[in-house]
Design a binder for this molecule. Structure first.
Ligand code: ATP
Length: 730
């Protein structure tokens, strides 16, 4: 780098940094004053307006409005301040030099948010999400264009593209780079990965990722890419983009992120705040059960399901496959359609063991009185009828109760108190039924589900599935494969649980979802658009196949990413060899080949490997096929490795360090070192295990160890020895 360029850049940075510092000070003082005024106004309001009636009520409401306006201004100003404080730590990371059609030249500095010259209002730093900043991510020089909000394209010539590493007012690196391959900033970031929680990639977004991030809210996207291609990162930067681009109509509460687990959510929870945005709403598919008010059941989690099916019989697996199949979805949809004409199952409603309204009566109301309406409207009409009936019954009962209570010889209270006692008794008698009616609980959901299993498909197999399901439902157990149908029916038939405030839903690891699960999410959020991200090969479930095949592609625009940024080239080559996948391009750094270590003393070998390869500031994970194997190995290793932590499903907070967990739980995360503790033929013996091994091998950023007893898993047997090093250590 020429000395003059460095000096120019250093001077520029110092100027910007000083200006930022000055503005932060001004804004902080201004905010302090604003806060003082608000507090004073509030206390004045509460002392002046003790009696808010008549004229003073009008005055009070006017004052309230002014106060609210002031508070909103205060919130906006403090948001501005926190954006400047984030900028101050690292004012910008890039610059593009452009020439417009009139021949005017400009240098545009790109950072996490916009910063303007306070007097002239000129933009000194452009928000990375501003339309013009997209030019930076095209990673090229020459003719280009960018689109402004009204849709028009503005042509420019990019004359240069510069990247920086900047800390406060200190310039650490300046790099003229027009293309990403060999990009030093990216490389130095890549060799830095897996130390802690996920980080933003905003300084090094690549052009294919940029297209996804900047797509319109209305585009329903499915982003597919191999391990480490940045899908989760793209998802997070896309959320930040949507929050910026649609800030007039969307905020953090209008976006819902559905991720595999609470632990995963914690892992990604720093990205949006790092980008100066609030975290958006987050849920897991499992938590939607709660939103659908299905807590009556004990529902199996996806991890419990994996464990059960790993050991499951052929029949159990067949039942799982049937319930997740497209054929069953069609059957279920037809069944729900048929309910318009006949067969809607209802409960007999009882109060204290006495019949309140019969199922027959409900059927009559459903098909005769309200038969012309949509299913959910009919149910809501019935709800009104039932609630009225309860009110009438209560009225009658109240009269009798009051009479009885008043007839008691001793004094038990005033009339008002007696009425309250009567109401409490009535609440006890009718409360439960009333709640159930509010939730349309008079529909027999279990029966509906059971009927759907054999609907227009009544044969020995479906009868068997129905019989087994009847038993589990009796025990209030919902297996994971039962969740989607029950949740779908609950959402669609009752039409009660829709949330129209959600405008965009991002779902990571989409290959884990069945089509029916997606239909449920859609039914619950009718106004939302979608960004789905996943990889059909990263399947850790022993039975789930081809979940991305079929109707999904009809409704979503597919985008593919094919470069992988996570692992060393050697690890990427090894994991690609597992599935003979030749399309993944590795952009990682070089490192050691994965090591296959044959040993009879697993514990000692692992302790030795940890001793020589684990650094405290990094993450090292030991993976076993299932929970039991992890627990056993954990107990064996704990005396040798006291810092070892067993990660369980209950864990909500992401931790780094030396960890042990089942392989299926590691999906989505990354670790400096991955050690597969049971890479043996008897642990991984099925065809689907190739996908599990592919997924877990791809978690490693720098080192991969496979500890084996000498019986190689079938899924690895075909891998040529050039892809790994072998060590025999008997
Ligand atoms: N453009 C980029 N610049 C710098 N780092 C990147 C970029 N894209 C991805 N990465 C890094 O690559 C790693 C993998 O990214 P991420 O976890 O988002 O990939 P993924 O496709 O979701 O992976 P998987 O499917 O295996 O879970 C992360 O450390 C991420 O920071």
């Amino acid at each position: 780098m020429e000395q003059t360029i460095w000096q120019q850049e250093e001077t520029h940075l110092k100027e910007i940094s000083a200006l930022l510092k000055q503005q932060i000070k001004i804004q902080s003082n201004h905010l302090k004053k604003q806060k003082g005024d608000i507090v004073e106004e509030r206390s004045q309001a509460s002392s002046e307006f003790n009696d808010v009636s008549g004229e003073s009520a009008i005055q009070f409401s006017q004052m309230l409005q002014t106060m609210q306006l002031r508070e909103r201004e205060y919130l906006n100003a403090s948001e501005q301040l926190s954006k400047m404080q984030i900028l101050y730590k690292s004012p910008y990371f890039g610059r593009i030099s452009i020439e417009n059609e009139e021949g005017e030249r400009e240098h545009l500095y790109i950072g996490l948010s916009t910063f303007r010259e306070p007097k002239t209002d000129d933009v000194l730093i452009y928000d990375w999400r501003a339309p013009i900043s997209s030019l930076f991510y095209e990673n090229k020089v020459g003719k280009a264009r960018y689109q402004i909000p009204d849709g028009e394209y503005i042509p420019v010539t990019i004359q240069g593209r510069r990247q920086y590493k900047v800390k406060y007012d200190e310039l650490l690196q300046v790099l003229d780079a027009d293309i990403y391959v060999g990009d030093e900033v990216l490389q130095s970031l890549l060799s830095d990965t897996a130390k802690e929680k996920m980080k933003s990639i905003v300084a090094t977004i690549q052009s294919d990722q940029n297209i996804v991030i900047r797509s319109s809210n209305k585009d329903n996207l499915i982003v597919l890419g191999p391990p480490g291609s940045g899908k989760t990162s793209v998802a997070m930067q896309r959320i930040a983009y949507l929050l910026y681009e649609y800030r007039q109509t969307m905020n953090a509460r209008s976006i819902l992120l559905i991720s595999p687990s609470d632990l995963f959510n914690d892992y990604i929870s720093n990205v949006l705040p790092e980008l100066g945005e609030d975290n958006v709403q987050h849920t897991t598919y499992y938590r939607l059960l709660r939103d659908l008010k299905l807590s009556y059941y004990k529902a199996e989690t996806s991890y419990e399901n994996i464990e059960r099916l790993q050991k499951g019989s052929k029949e159990e697996r067949e039942h799982y496959a049937f319930k997740g199949s497209h054929a069953y979805v069609k059957q279920l949809l037809k069944y729900i359609e048929s309910l318009k004409k006949s067969g809607m199952p209802f409960y007999n409603l009882k109060v204290e063991e006495k019949l309140f309204v019969s199922a027959k009566k409900l059927t009559d109301l459903f098909y005769d009185k309200f038969g012309t309406l949509d299913i959910d409207f009919r149910l809501k009409k019935i709800r009104t009828v039932l609630l009225e009936k309860i009110e009438q019954e209560k009225k009658k009962d109240r009269k009798v109760l009051m009479k009885e209570l008043k007839a008691v010889n001793t004094y038990i209270g005033t009339d008002k108190e007696i009425e309250q006692q009567a109401n409490e008794k009535l609440q006890k008698k009718y409360g439960k039924l009333e709640n159930a009616i509010h939730q349309l609980g008079f529909v027999n959901l279990n029966k509906m589900y059971l009927h759907s299993l054999t609907f227009q498909n009544d044969n020995l197999k479906t009868q068997m599935i129905q019989a087994v399901t009847t038993e589990t439902l009796k025990q209030r157990i919902l297996y994971y494969e039962d969740l989607a149908p029950i949740m779908y029916m609950q959402a669609v038939v009752k039409g009660l649980y829709t949330d129209n405030t959600i405008k965009h839903i991002v779902i990571d690891e989409i290959q884990d979802y069945s089509y029916l699960q997606l239909l449920t999410i859609k039914a619950m959020h009718p106004k939302a658009h979608y960004t789905l991200l996943g990889d059909k090969n990263q399947v850790v479930h022993p039975q789930m196949k081809d979940s991305l095949a079929g109707p999904l592609s009809k409704h979503f625009k597919a985008v593919e990413l094919n470069k992988s940024y996570r692992s060393t080239n050697e690890i990427t080559d090894f994991m690609s060899a597992i599935l003979n996948n030749t399309t993944t391009e590795s952009l990682g750094v070089s490192g050691d080949k994965p090591q296959m270590i044959e040993t009879k003393s697993v514990g000692e070998t692992i302790a030795r490997l940890v001793g020589s390869h684990y650094k405290e500031e990094e993450s090292f994970v030991i993976l076993c096929k299932n929970k039991l194997a992890c627990e056993q190995l954990y107990n064996e290793l704990k005396p040798l490795l006291p810092q070892l932590q067993l990660v369980t499903e209950e864990q909500k907070v992401y931790m780094k360090g030396l960890l042990i967990m089942p392989g299926y739980m590691a999906k989505g995360f990354e670790f400096t070192t991955v050690l597969v503790a049971d890479a043996n033929a008897h642990a991984y013996r099925e065809e689907m295990d190739a996908y599990l091994l592919y997924t877990i091998a791809s978690r490693a950023t720098r080192q991969l160890f496979l500890v084996t007893d000498g019986t190689m898993p079938k899924a690895l047997a075909h891998i040529k020895e050039q892809y790994y090093r072998k060590e025999v250590n008997i």
